[in-house]
Ligand binder design. Structure first.
Ligand code: ADP
Length: 236
């Protein structure tokens, strides 16, 4: 099956990761960030060394390799019951990052929205510098690498926007406060999630409230003592 997917799109430093992590906490959404997957690789392994080599120069890891690694990873998440494509929307961050990747992923992703976080490049540089200091990110350690990453974004990644129908691309000003950016994203996500759940307004992973049984007893305030509600299932 093709995964119903929302792409978080934008330059490095646009806030995709921050927003993606928050959205990934909402029941019914699964956040997957390619950069985070790469960073979990053992840097002594061949695969890990390959990542370090490219990311350290501010370049993209080759397309086929990236897509096949990501596909293996997401399948693994399904197998270990961490990702439930029937009930969850996939929120992708950092992938596809080139037209070639978008094409290679087309058999796997049913992209229903592209959320494009826009900001001018000087703002991005400032954020990336701050993050490099805070998170010890070797790929943003020098201005030279930051500049290269932003160039690669303009040249390789931006054309991805052309791959998807214009009507599903939503632009958001990434320089607004984080909570406002989140608000704008949530406004886009709500109808998509309800549609995925089947228009009934119920979260697919929350059991419906059972109707009152005929003999339900009333509490001291006249309201039923137990309305038979089933507690919401925790997200597994
Ligand atoms: P950021 O959030 O700053 O945009 P990421 O954490 O997504 O950066 O990625 C860090 C590095 O990992 C990238 O500079 C690149 O080298 C590599 N990488 C991540 N995703 C991809 C991808 N889809 N294709 C190729 N390389 C990638």
């Amino acid at each position: 099956m093709r995964y119903r997917t929302i792409l978080l799109f934008g330059a490095p430093g646009s806030g995709k990761g921050t927003q993606g992590k928050i959205i990934g906490q909402i029941p019914g959404f699964h956040h997957s960030a390619s950069g985070d997957i790469f960073r979990t690789l053992d840097l002594q392994s061949e695969v890990g060394r390959k990542f370090q080599e490219y990311a350290g120069r501010g370049e993209l890891v080759p397309d086929e390799f990236t897509v096949s690694l990501w596909k293996q990873f997401i399948k693994g998440m399904e197998y270990v019951n961490q990702f439930h494509p029937e009930t969850e929307l996939l929120v992708l961050d950092g992938i596809p990052r080139s037209l070639k990747q978008a094409k290679l992923l087309d058999d796997t992703l049913d992209v229903v929205a592209v959320i494009y976080l826009r900001a001018d490049l000087s703002k991005m540089v400032e954020r990336l510098r701050r993050r490099a200091l805070k998170e010890n990110r070797f790929d943003d350690a020098s201005d030279e690498v930051i500049r290269r990453r932003l160039e690669v974004y303009e040249r390789e990644t931006k054309p991805v926007l052309e791959f998807y129908p214009r009507e599903i691309v939503h632009q958001i000003d990434a320089t607004m406060s984080q909570i406002r950016v989140l608000h704008e994203i949530v406004k886009i996500l709500v109808p998509l999630k309800e549609e995925h759940d089947g228009h009934d307004g119920l979260d697919a992973d929350v059991e419906p409230v059972r109707p009152l049984s005929a003999g339900a007893s009333a509490g001291p305030d006249g309201k039923p003592a137990d309305n038979g509600a089933v507690p919401a299932k925790a997200k597994v």
